[in-house]
Structures are given as C-alpha cells and as structure tokens.
Design a protein around this ligand. Structure first.
Ligand SMILES: *Cc1c(COP(=O)(O)O)cnc(C)c1O
Length: 396
C-alpha cells in the first residue's frame, strides 16, 4: 500500500545528493577555519583599548603586505568603494584622467571617472591582452595635463595582468599619479608599492585576503597626498584625509567592520608566518599548474597577454557553452567557479587560485574541469590535465 510515509521516502530519495562544496571563484574566496573562529568572538567596542591594541598591529602589518612605509587606509566597503575614493580624493571635477580599459574592471574606472565629471582618455585594450606600455606613453605624451592613469594590476574579468611597474615608471617623473586596482593582486603577486612608485593602490578583503567581503584598503604615496590637498571633488564617507587622521589615533573615521578586522589580524599573522615572497611563490606555482594542467587536458587559456596569477580564464571548447561548464561544475561537482562577463559570456569560464588555496585546490580545479567537460560530451584528455598539474606540484 502506498502510504504518505512511502511518498515522502520516494520524494527524498529522488532528490540529488547534496554535494560537498568547493569555492574556487575569483572572490569571494574560502575563509580559513582559524579566521572564521576568530571572527566569532564576542564583539568588542571600537573605541576601547582592546580595539586600539588590535588595530595598531593590523595597521603596521598592512604596510608589510603593501610593502610601503606610508599608512594603508582601512575602509568598511567593498573594493569599488575604495576605487571611487581613489577618484574623488585626488582629482577635481573637469580634471583629465587616463584609464586602461581591458575588461569589466577597467571599464569601471571609466564609469567612476565620468560619474564625477572627469574628462577621460581611454586606452582600449582588447580583452585578454595586457596594455602596451607604448600606448600608455603615447597617451601621456598627448595629454601632459592628465592628472592620473587608472589601471588594474590583474583584470579579473579576462584573467590578464597589466604591467603596473612599467606604467609607474612612466608617471613617476610627471605630474601624474599611477592609480592601481590591485584587488586580485594584493596578497597574490608582488606589487611592492614604494619600490615601484605606485601612488594609490586599492585592494579588497574577499580576494587575496582570505576574508569575507566588506573591507577595502588603500595605500597612498606622498605624491598622491599632495594631489589630495588640491582636490575639490565632493566627498563625504570616503574622505581619505579624514581616514588618515583617524588612523594616526588607531581608529577609523566611522565605525569599523570590527569582526572583519579581527579576522584581518588572523590573516596577517598567517601571511607573516608564511612570508609574503612565499605567498607569491605559492600562487605562482598554483597558477602555473592550473594553466599547464588545463592545456594538457586539451583546453586553451584565454588571455594572450600576461596571465593573472589570481584567476585563470579558460576558453570553452568548440560546441560547448562556457556558462554550461560553469553551471555543471557547480551543480554536478560542487565546484563554484565563474563564468565569462559581457561579450565573453559563454566563451570563457574562470577558475581562481586566490588566497586560501593550495596544491589540492588546483588538483580539484583541473580534475573537475576535465570531468565537467566530459559530462557535457566535450572533447577532453581526461586525466592528462591532473597528471600534468601533479607533476608540476610534486614536492621535490
Ligand atoms: C572584485 C574586483 C573589484 C570589485 O570589487 P567589489 O568588492 O565587488 O566592489 C574591482 N576590481 C577587481 C580587479 C576585482 O577583481
């Protein structure tokens, strides 16, 4: 007899098994268990001695990560808030600014600049390529009144990196700032702010910092602070001079995201223990194994420029939609990667090796991509990618 209990049994039995989940997207990224635990501690008051002690340490260690002697501002916002502040705190309405548009995030610089009434000079870069330094030099020569060059160190939407060191060398002896969105570069790859002469460097917590979203960071050079004094752009919440002053007293201008700063304390301890050069080398090793592994599996890496160390953009094989690969990874294998954006939608999918990532995250990524393409009936050298990645990651 068909009882209601039996009906329930069959209903449950026919549900897909719940998959173990792996977060391999270019942000947000997995948060290490010790960091999650630290953030679960009871709230502390931000104007208390406990907070001040915590903040003093965090403030110093951020300089280590940024490789700068200047203070690094800590904002309660996502990365885009800090990008907006990197426009409003250094320019005045009507100012001219050059921006490198080689993807979704480069395009965002242009949108922010326009929103505040700046005159923009766009250097359009084909998606997947890295900006040509000759083009930057030509734009600077043609626009000697340009107040800044806005660029990404790693263009997350295309998986290509730009040579921000080379750009800073061009702006260094001009009255022009080099403003870098290092959101998927900081804590991933070497961007020594002072050594390279970068003027404003923006980063965000849910990328290389192994933290949840909600914190953004801004390093500001002396040259940029001089621009700040002359800037007349309207601003209120993102007031960098006010934040700098607060930072001197081990505070933020407004209520800080206390729990995230507790997590940041933990993350910076991890980074210091590993050593930043080792952190960069680990990401480089994983990125290289991901690319070489996927190539051995028969896939093509999308960027033709310098590949980003944080995220690998992969071309969807002929006849297979990139969105289907990304969806299959998630629904059949529990792996959250990312699809393509705008005109790359369906053409590429992206997989990150960012933050709390190590050898077996890369093995999972390569194995899952091979299997997802196989699920979709695509051509793939199953196992060849994993083998190649293993060979590259084996500890000698
Ligand atoms: C994620 C990302 C951003 C945007 O950051 P939000 O935190 O979403 O505001 C900007 N630039 C790059 C390069 C990114 O990867």
């Amino acid at each position: 007899m068909f009882t209601p209990e039996a009906g329930l049994f069959f209903a449950l039995w026919s549900l897909p098994v719940s998959l173990k989940k792996y977060l391999l997207a270019p942000g947000p990224v997995p948060v290490p268990p010790n960091v999650l635990n630290a953030m679960a501690a009871p709230m502390i008051h931000h104007r208390s001695p406990d907070f001040v002690e915590l903040f003093k340490g965090v403030k110093e260690d951020l300089k280590y990560l940024y490789q700068t002697t200047n203070p690094v501002l800590i904002l309660a916002s996502t990365g885009t808030g800090a990008m907006e502040g990197a426009v409003t705190n250094f320019l005045s309405p009507g100012d001219k600014a050059i921006f490198v548009n080689g993807g979704k995030f480069g395009e965002r610089w242009g949108k922010i600049l326009s929103a505040y009434g700046m005159q923009t000079v766009e250097i359009k870069v084909e998606w997947g390529r890295s900006v040509d330094l000759n083009d930057v030099k030509a734009a600077l020569d043609a626009n000697p009144d340009a107040k800044a060059v806005y660029v990404q160190a790693s263009e997350t939407s295309t998986g290509a990196a730009h040579d921000v060191q080379g750009i800073a060398a061009l702006t260094r002896n001009r009255d022009t700032l080099c403003v870098v969105d290092a959101i998927t570069a900081m804590g991933v790859t070497n961007v020594p702010m002072d050594e390279w002469g970068l003027d404003v460097v923006v980063s965000g917590s849910q990328k290389g910092y192994m933290l949840p979203p909600g914190l953004a960071f801004v390093g500001v050079s002396d040259k940029a602070w001089a621009f700040n004094e002359r800037s007349t752009c309207p601003r209120f919440y993102f007031n960098f001079a006010k934040e700098k002053k607060a930072l001197e007293g081990d505070q933020t201008a407004f209520t800080p995201a206390v729990s995230l700063i507790v997590g940041l304390r933990e993350v910076l301890n991890m980074v210091k223990a590993e050593g930043i050069q080792n952190v960069f080398a680990r990401h480089e090793r994983l990125a290289n194994a991901t690319r070489e592994g996927l190539k051995a599996a028969g896939l093509e890496i999308f960027p033709t420029g310098t590949p980003s160390t944080a995220v690998t953009a992969v071309v969807a094989p002929d006849g297979i939609d990139g969105q289907d690969i990304y969806k299959t990874l998630r629904t059949k294998y529990g792996v959250t990667a990312a699809g393509g954006q705008d005109h790359l939608k369906g053409k590429v999918f992206r997989i990150a090796q960012l933050g709390y990532a190590d050898t077996f995250d890369t093995i999972i990524a390569v194995a899952a991509v091979e299997m997802a393409i196989s699920t979709l009936g695509g051509k793939v050298n199953m196992g060849a990618g994993v083998k190649r990645a293993q060979e590259l990651l084996v500890v000698k």
